[in-house]
Design a protein around this ligand. Structure first.
Ligand code: 5GP
Length: 288
């Protein structure tokens, strides 16, 4: 059966209602952000437009609670990310109050540092140097590519099958993920959230598309691009590395050109002349 056709007047009315609801929602977010309204007041608000707001969106408007903290609170309170204000039960509200208090009183989150740049530029060497510094936590990505000699599962990467990776995507377990040179790579969200909430500076060593996703979703992230001193040097490093097939080395070189032209999208650029200098620059960007 076809849905009943709305008259022009009803359509106009519905349109006006939707605009009004959007305005109400935007106003409430502003009131929460400015501290004019207290977050928990909204659960007693009878307006339909407010009841239909997503809890996670509203949480992010609270000063001091960004996207990552909001996700963490929802996760710990075991509330689904699609839950709307009107659907939060009494018991969930109580858990939310406790989590909320905990988050507001806990020490500040660490910084989310994204280290990106073309394959072969030396990103892993730089980030590995930060492993012994307990102000930092280096994220371990999941990947579908095969293990190289010397790499350890759970240390260099979580090596997973295509099927496992796809299941992780479906369950929304990645902060970001991307295809690179014929394999998939992704940052597991939970471990990152946990490390940030414990006050660590979290380092993601990821390629360009992943960095762009982080930029979109985490406004506070610091994006750092590592550049080679010259193109020739990058080429020779990649060729000498000898860990890839000829095909993969060529794919990586092609990708490197694309990545290099995106350096201006980043907050900072470090030219990797000397490892020690570059590491010092990285540290100073995190500890400011
Ligand atoms: P490799 O195969 O050389 O270890 O990594 C290939 C590329 O994937 C590198 O540029 C590396 O930074 C990037 N990469 C590693 N882990 C991740 C991840 O979790 N997400 C994304 N987007 N890129 C990653």
């Amino acid at each position: 059966m076809l849905p009943p056709r709305l008259s022009r007047r009803s359509r106009r009315k519905a349109g006006q209602k939707a605009v009004l609801a959007r305005q109400e929602r935007a106003r409430v977010k502003e009131e929460i952000a400015s501290g004019e309204k207290f977050f928990f007041e909204l659960f007693a608000d009878e307006r339909k437009s407010i009841k239909r707001m997503k809890l996670v969106d509203l949480l992010q408007s609270v000063p001091g609670i960004g996207r990552i903290r909001a996700d963490l609170i929802m996760d710990r309170a075991e509330i689904s990310s699609s839950r709307r204000i009107g659907g939060v039960g009494k018991r969930q509200l109580e858990i939310l109050r406790q989590e909320f208090l905990l988050a507001k009183n806990s020490p500040r989150n660490g910084k989310l540092l994204v280290v990106s740049g073309p394959s072969g530029v030396g990103k892993s060497t730089l980030t590995n140097r930060l492993r012994d510094d307990d102000r930092f936590w280096i994220s371990v990505s999941a990947t579908t590519r095969s293990k190289r000699i010397g790499e350890k599962d759970g240390v260099d990467y979580h090596f997973v099958s295509d099927k496992e990776f796809d299941q992780m995507i479906e369950k929304n377990e990645f902060l970001e993920w991307a295809n690179f040179a014929g394999a998939k790579y992704g940052t597991p969200r939970k471990a990152v959230d946990k490390a940030l909430a414990s006050g660590k500076n979290v380092v993601l060593e990821i390629e360009l598309n992943g960095a762009r996703q982080v930029r979109k979703n985490s406004k506070d992230a610091v994006l750092i691009f590592i550049e080679p001193p010259t193109w020739e040097e990058l080429k020779s490093r990649l060729e000498k590395r000898g860990t890839e097939s000829e095909d993969s080395t060529q794919t990586r070189l092609d990708r490197a050109k694309e990545e290099l032209s995106a350096a201006s999208e980043f907050d900072h650029v470090i030219v990797n002349h000397q490892v020690a200098d570059s590491v010092a620059q990285l540290v100073s960007l995190a500890i400011r």
